[in-house]
Design a protein around this ligand. Sequence first.
Ligand code: NAI
Ligand SMILES: O=C(O)C1=N[C@H](C(=O)O)C[C@H](O)C1
Length: 271
Amino acid sequence: MEALRIAVTGAAGRMGQALIEAITATDGCVVAGAIERAGHEALGKDAGELAGVGRLDVQVTDQALDVFAAVDAVLDFTAPAATVEFADLAAQARIVHVIGTTGFTSDHEARLEAAARHATLVRAGNMSLGVNLLTALTRRVAQALDADWDIEIVEMHHRHKVDAPSGTALMLGDAAAQGRGVLLDDVADRGRDGQTGARKRGDIGFAALRGGSVVGEHSAIFAAEKERIVLSHIAEDRSIFARGAVKAAQWGQGKGPGSFSMLDVLGLSDF
Ligand SMILES: NC(=O)C1=CN([C@@H]2O[C@H](COP(=O)(O)OP(=O)(O)OC[C@H]3O[C@@H](n4cnc5c(N)ncnc54)[C@H](O)[C@@H]3O)[C@@H](O)[C@H]2O)C=CC1
Ligand SMILES: O=C(O)C1=N[C@H](C(=O)O)C[C@H](O)C1
């Protein structure tokens, strides 16, 4: 059987390098393209050497269209404005677009939905097995409890992270809202400062901490009178996200077009 040809966008980034490593470690998958933004110092370098896995004879390029035409899937952990452009290219090339990027606005979301009419998109604010299981558990717990239980989502990440709340925190908040049968947009409290007034019953609150090299920590807290349930996940290494993304690329072959989640990939949609 032919190897699955996978390209990585943002190849020089923290996740880009973890993705190159994960692809090379997966039987039946090869790195067939590596993309960086125009002007990046990594352009022209070997993608394998950049990621510390040895020479792969794949040069980092900014010519995304050429790369997309020659691969079966692209793993994209970059930035929202870049990802919506890549989604259009993936739709043209009819390839699987695995999107790990976070921080989308509602305009970006609409563009991704449009692209999904032609492309197979697999999207998740977090691609690890553990967080997706936590997401399914959060929905179940929220379903079992009434609004006497206040829900708060707390996350901590490294000092370089540019979006807040994290994509994972929003996934957990959305799961909690679904469990409660409400829309997250109607109940989310995303920033408290000053004279906020008392907590509103039914709100889902978010708090984001930033510092050091923390890979990613998330808790969904259910707080009632005199008791609390805390569901937590701690990411110790970016390889957990990268492994999930490679699995999504494999799963997406022959599927779609459409927009899928990691819960679909992991068979947790009905958990
Ligand atoms: N869904 C998940 O499981 C995870 C998602 N993420 C998300 O992935 C994204 C990237 O995170 P990091 O790797 O930590 O960031 P990073 O800043 O280390 O890497 C991003 C890379 O994308 C490149 N890039 C930006 N615009 C580009 C363009 N137009 N074309 C090509 N490359 C471009 C940058 O030059 C950079 O090398 C963030 O949105 C983060 O939240 C991160 C970890 C796990
Ligand atoms: O930026 C990161 O690093 C991470 N981003 C994702 C998020 O926004 O939740 C996933 C993970 O927590 C790491």
